[in-house]
Design a protein around this ligand. Structure first.
Ligand SMILES: Cc1cc2nc3c(=O)[nH]c(=O)nc-3n(C[C@H](O)[C@H](O)[C@H](O)COP(=O)(O)OP(=O)(O)OC[C@H]3O[C@@H](n4cnc5c(N)ncnc54)[C@H](O)[C@@H]3O)c2cc1C
Length: 476
């Protein structure tokens, strides 16, 4: 190691739930010297939340978020593993769907006969008994195909399509990976006896990541924000550390080349989405330290993502019954013509809005190309506002503020056949034994937050196994 260069046991690139999770477990369970590097001023990544924004008394997340399974979720398990708790608001009571005139309970939207209802119950019972191997067989096949084989009743198929849309944010069953829908449904049925319910931490998304940050710091780990990693150093077939900006000279922006210094580590974890990876690892097959087949696989799938465009809305008075803990959705809105979701977070937690006021999270699910184009995005936002005025009469008059937002890759990789379960990229780099990955675009299952939390636990276990192999059962 070069003289004067700091060294760590593990450097984690990215302070989202996955990076914080890996760092928290490794520091809590081994006491090793761990450093998390995050490019933004705050940790949390796509789960960042802000207190006092846009005004005193409000707490908002970066867009609409709900977590499946709440206290029985992987993100609770991740916190528990490092001795921390997440305070959850009670589960949602209903999923209501827009029928063009009103939000109605999902069961009312699809008229079902007694036979249909019996068939629905039978199918749920069957899903709850599926074993992992049964589900994996469907990871590369469409949910439409699964329904054709298993559900003769059109009404029941329609109901399952609606549920699948909420789980995958993909509107058509033909594009949904059957394995993922079946897995999410099975876990929810086994743990909550419902196909899907929404949970929300009383402190917003920060309520999930705060304990991980505390665990890292309490166990001697370090977190450095405002530090955008420029490159993962790979020397002689091993990860050696990372390069980070060394100084900000006045013309850095214009010159476009950042001056860097090295931070050395025995192990490096890239806890950032696969679509950001080529910013820190060379992807040119002629010079990259990673094999050509792997680079091609990552390049082929890295843009298989969906986008979200929406408004976070603060209301002087509620537009959704404040006593109702619901998740609202539409398969296709009238104006934007796209799938829609809304979540009145203040109906779940009284800590996110001032008394008597309502915080409404809303979004429209669209293709990455539409969300990332400024002009298309603007048009979708205008159409969404027209939809919101019809769905929530009086919203204009009650409006205190509304913040538009957009995000690419909201849910990690699109949950399409061949992009879920074991088809997702593995957590260890091929040929580089001390380079790991974690996050919702890497191996893991469940809705995105839980998938990221699960991948953090699996990645940490791989690191612990490697340490044991190197140092024996007692990790020094
Ligand atoms: C608007 C929105 C709505 C969502 N809704 C839901 C929902 O309802 N339910 C659900 O389950 N999931 C939802 N998700 C997805 C969920 O937020 C993500 O699955 C989860 O946060 C992913 O965590 P992660 O740690 O894998 O990645 P990230 O949170 O993206 O973390 C990666 C981190 O790496 C940092 N980083 C990147 N490059 C560098 C670099 N070069 N150097 C240093 N740091 C770097 C980033 O700043 C980021 O903090 C939503 C996401 C968004 C944005």
């Amino acid at each position: 190691m070069s003289k004067g260069r700091t060294s760590y046991d593990v450097i984690v690139v990215g302070g989202g739930i996955a990076g914080l999770g890996v760092a928290a477990i490794v520091s809590a369970e081994t006491g090793r010297k761990v450093l998390v590097l995050e490019r933004f001023p705050m940790t949390g990544g796509r789960m960042m939340s802000y207190e006092g924004l846009p005004e005193e008394g409000w707490r908002i997340d970066t867009g609409l978020h709900f977590v499946e399974l709440g206290e029985k979720s992987c993100c609770t398990a991740l916190n528990t593993r490092v001795g921390k708790e997440v305070a959850w608001a009670p589960f949602s009571e209903s999923v209501d769907i827009w029928n063009g005139e009103a939000f109605v309970n999902i069961a009312e939207l699809v008229p079902m006969t007694k036979e249909d209802r019996n068939a629905f119950a039978g199918i749920l019972a069957g899903i709850s008994k599926m074993i992992d191997g049964d589900i994996e067989l469907w990871d590369n096949r469409s949910f439409e195909e699964w329904m054709t084989e298993h559900i003769p009743q059109p009404a029941v198929r329609e109901l399952f399509t609606d549920l699948g849309m909420i789980m995958t944010t993909i509107p058509n069953a033909i594009d949904m990976a059957a394995g993922e829908v079946l897995y999410i449904a099975r876990e929810n049925l086994r743990k909550t006896r419902q196909v899907l319910q929404a949970s929300y931490p009383v402190d917003g998304m920060e309520g999930i990541t705060r304990g991980l940050v505390e665990a890292i710091l309490e166990n001697g780990g370090e977190i450095r924000t405002n530090c955008e990693v420029q490159e993962v150093l790979i020397e002689n077939g091993r990860a050696a550390g990372v390069r980070v900006p060394s100084k900000n000279h006045p013309y850095q922006e214009e010159f476009r080349i950042t001056e860097t210094e090295s931070l050395l580590a025995d192990r490096v974890v890239c806890a950032l989405p696969i679509y950001s990876l080529s910013r820190i690892i060379d992807f040119d097959p002629r010079t990259s330290p990673l094999p050509r087949w792997w680079l091609k696989r990552i390049t082929d799938i890295r843009n298989e993502i969906t986008g979200l465009v929406g408004f976070m809305i603060g209301l002087a008075e509620p537009v959704v019954d404040p006593g109702k803990r619901c998740f609202l959705t539409a398969l296709k809105t009238k104006h934007a013509g796209l799938p829609f979701q809304a979540f009145p977070a203040s109906n779940f937690s009284d800590r996110v809005a001032p008394p008597g006021k309502q915080l409404l999270h809303t979004d429209i699910v669209c293709e990455h190309a539409e969300a990332s184009d400024k002009f298309k995005r603007e048009r979708i936002l205008n159409l969404l506002w027209e939809d919101l005025k019809e769905m929530f009469p009086g919203i204009e008059k009650k409006l205190e503020w509304k913040l538009p937002y957009y995000v690419d890759g909201c849910d990690g990789l699109a949950r399409q056949p061949g992009l879920v379960g074991n088809f997702k990229p593995a957590l260890k780099a091929p040929g580089i034994p001390n380079l790991y990955f974690a996050g919702d675009t890497w191996l893991g299952r469940g809705l995105a937050i839980n998938s990221a939390a699960r991948s953090a636990m699996t990645c940490a276990d791989l690191i612990l196994d490697d340490l044991r192999r190197e140092f024996g059962d007692v990790i020094p």
